[in-house]
Design a protein around this ligand. Structure first.
Ligand code: OSB
Ligand code: MG
Length: 379
């Protein structure tokens, strides 16, 4: 049983150590919404909203999420008796279309509160089984192929188990060829297009088949399940869907149509942990591997991703880089670290998500704060 009495919404500004460029835009400083949920028992749980600064990855932004949380979503969970975290998704989803990242932030915060009330590690409450998760790196689009090769080599030396390179028309086949030549044929290498191509580019994309990529992520538009199926027939390389998989039904469609063979699960994109687990289970039944994607989260969102990635069918390395890959200093203690074998430990000895917000750091980065709940009103 949960009863959330108060939610503190904060916006922090966290500069990336280096700009992160994907086909649809560039990010130099993350604007991140953090949620602090307090239960009637006085227990507090934190979560992060992964919506971006601009509506390029999905229609949501931090500003639309903030609005959705304050106006429509938080009122659904505040001061009501909630049977368990598992029921929060349906509570938020009924008659409210879209806004998955806003829903997910609240839903995952409720899971964290539930974990803190019941005292297991968050990963175990979610039925995770791993105590370390294999980690890959996502490398943004670079000015030239040589710059990309240099970054990929450095990542390999650091221990990463999967190298993902962002591609776009004009920075694709030659860039991937250069990286494959430099790293050798054994390295797990993949490309992520973030919807930059059209079905008419199929012949061009098929040139990537020469490089033995473990997958190509989201080559076509987010609503293009039918066209992805047509493209998959023309590619040897497995297609992995990211943007397209916004709920369980879209994943069923992908399987039925043959639009892809691997799924990137981001809990923010699908509305939280409950739907993530349903997609995980569906894929497991169909022999489809899944892995946990990232959205340049701070250490709080990362904690939630790592808990999720401890489930058994997360059989490929996730975009779960340690704190130092993104930030001069993270907002949690301890910061997230990866060992030389590319593994990040799942906190299994601690209650909940296993890291603690560094309140001096959070306060210092906060540019906006609003309190929702019993005593109402914005402060
Ligand atoms: O497509 O996976 C993506 C970051 C922002 C938006 C979309 C994506 C990404 C990443 C970053 O690839 C993964 C990470 O957090 O390291
Ligand atoms: Mg992606």
């Amino acid at each position: 049983m949960l009863r959330i009495e108060r939610i503190v919404l904060r916006e922090i500004r966290l500069p990336l150590r280096e700009p992160f460029r994907i086909s649809s835009g560039v990010c130099t400083e993350r604007r991140i919404a953090l949620l602090e949920l307090t239960d009637a028992a006085g227990v507090t749980g934190w979560s992060e909203c992964v919506a971006g600064e601009a509506p390029n990855y999905s229609a949501e932004t931090i500003d639309t999420a903030w609005h959705a949380i304050r106006e429509w979503l938080a009122p659904r969970v505040l001061a009501v008796r909630i049977d368990g975290a598992e029921s929060v998704h349906d509570l938020l989803d009924r008659d409210i279309a879209g806004h998955n990242m806003a829903k997910a932030a609240l839903e995952m915060g409720c899971w964290e509160v539930a974990a803190r009330l019941q005292e297991p590690p968050l990963s175990r409450l979610l039925a995770g089984t791993r105590d370390r998760v294999p980690t890959g790196i996502s490398i943004g689009i670079q000015a030239n192929a040589a710059g990309l090769v240099e970054r990929a080599q450095r990542a390999l030396a650091e221990g990463y188990r999967k190298i993902k390179v962002k591609i776009r028309p004009g920075a694709d086949v030659e860039y991937v060829r250069a990286v494959r030549d430099a790293l050798g044929s054994e390295v797990s290498l993949m490309a992520d297009a973030n919807s930059a191509y059209h079905l008419a580019d199929a012949d061009h994309l098929a040139e990537l088949d020469a490089f033995g990529l473990i997958m190509i992520e989201q080559p076509l538009g987010r609503d293009d399940l039918v066209r992805h199926a047509a493209l998959q027939k023309r590619l040897k390389t497995p297609i992995c869907l990211d943007e397209s998989i916004t709920d369980v039904d879209r994943c069923e469609d992908m399987i039925a149509l043959g639009s892809g063979r691997i799924v990137n699960i981001k809990p923010g994109r699908v509305g939280g942990f409950t739907v993530s687990r349903r997609i995980h289970d569906l894929c497991q039944r169909h022999g489809i591997p899944v892995w946990c994607g990232g959205m340049l989260e701070s250490g709080i969102g990362r904690a939630h991703n790592i808990a999720l990635a401890s489930l058994p069918n997360f059989s490929l390395p996730g975009d779960l880089s340690p704190s130092r890959r993104y930030w001069e200093r993270d907002v949690v203690t301890p910061e997230w670290e990866m060992d030389r074998d590319g593994l990040v430990p799942v906190p299994v000895a601690e209650i909940g998500m296993g890291v603690t917000p560094d309140m001096d750091r959070v306060d210092g980065l906060t540019v906006r704060r609003e309190v929702l709940g019993a005593r109402g009103g914005a402060t």
